[in-house]
Design a binder for this molecule. Structure first.
Ligand code: 13P
Length: 248
């Protein structure tokens, strides 16, 4: 259960609905840190700001190893009369290279597995990499149907998709998002293992209350390929701290 020192790790910052142009200043610290970070060859950092910041952030990070992603996209490949929506091609056009799809905060407001599947297909078509979110509710966990729920989300979400190079699975138990609670290490190891066994050669990251306080515990779970970080990613000091502490 111990993390290998030279393992490739992903650190995906999901800013959610936070941040204005001035928030981009916080990247200076991260850029400076990453230039001299000993493990930078084994580290992939992706920032997913609100759509309003994608272009400016891409410009700012253009000469760095840090990538930019979006937090959602429309499922259509073409332009259309979808007020308020943006498709993956439009996101790529302003600098996104990744997109988060299937986040529980969007599933909660009506995004179905079918829609998620269409979104992933469209985003892959235009060359974006996908951070595909899955996770169970507290009720489902209590009922001990976590694995069944995850299996269904994956088989429907990734229906007719076999692209373990460009799709990263993010396991985010809903009860751990923004609550400060994380699964116990044994349980988390088992769930990640289950996902990997069922979906060969996919990388699986963990999300839900990842912070400098619990990273020492999380990093001992050696089948995790990185983290999807919400709240803590808005603070460059916390984000840097998580990255530094992730390697033994
Ligand atoms: P928190 O890290 O704030 O719990 O959010 C997790 C998340 O939803 C990332 O996508």
């Amino acid at each position: 259960m111990y993390q290998m020192t030279n393992k490739y790790m992903h650190f995906i910052a999901n800013w959610k609905m936070f941040g204005g142009l001035n928030s981009l200043n916080s990247l200076n610290k991260v850029l400076k840190f990453f230039k001299t970070f000993k493990k930078n060859k084994f580290t992939k950092i992706v920032y997913c700001p609100p759509n309003t910041l994608i272009q400016a952030m891409s410009k700012k990070l253009a000469n760095s190893q840090i990538k930019v992603g979006a937090q959602n996209c429309h499922a259509a490949d073409n332009y259309g009369a979808f007020t308020g929506s943006v498709n993956s091609f439009m996101l790529k056009n302003v600098g996104a290279q990744y997109v988060i799809i299937g986040h529980s905060e969007n599933r909660e407001i009506g995004e179905t597995d079918k829609i998620i599947n269409l979104k992933i297909k469209s985003a892959l078509k235009c060359g974006l990499k996908i951070i595909f979110c899955i996770g169970e509710t507290l009720q489902e966990r209590k009922k001990k149907i976590t694995k069944k729920v995850l299996n269904k989300q994956i088989s429907l979400g990734l229906s007719r998709i076999k692209d373990n190079k460009n799709v990263l699975i993010a396991y985010e138990p809903i009860w751990s998002i923004g609550t400060g609670m994380i699964p116990n290490p044994k349980e988390l190891f088992e769930v990640i293992n289950f996902i990997k066994k069922k979906n060969k050669n996919y990388k699986v990251i963990y999300g839900g209350s990842v912070s400098p306080k619990n990273i020492n515990q999380l990093k001992l779970i050696d089948n995790i390929d990185g983290y999807l970080i919400g709240g803590a990613s808005q603070d460059p000091n916390k984000f840097i701290d998580i990255i530094k502490k992730s390697y033994i």
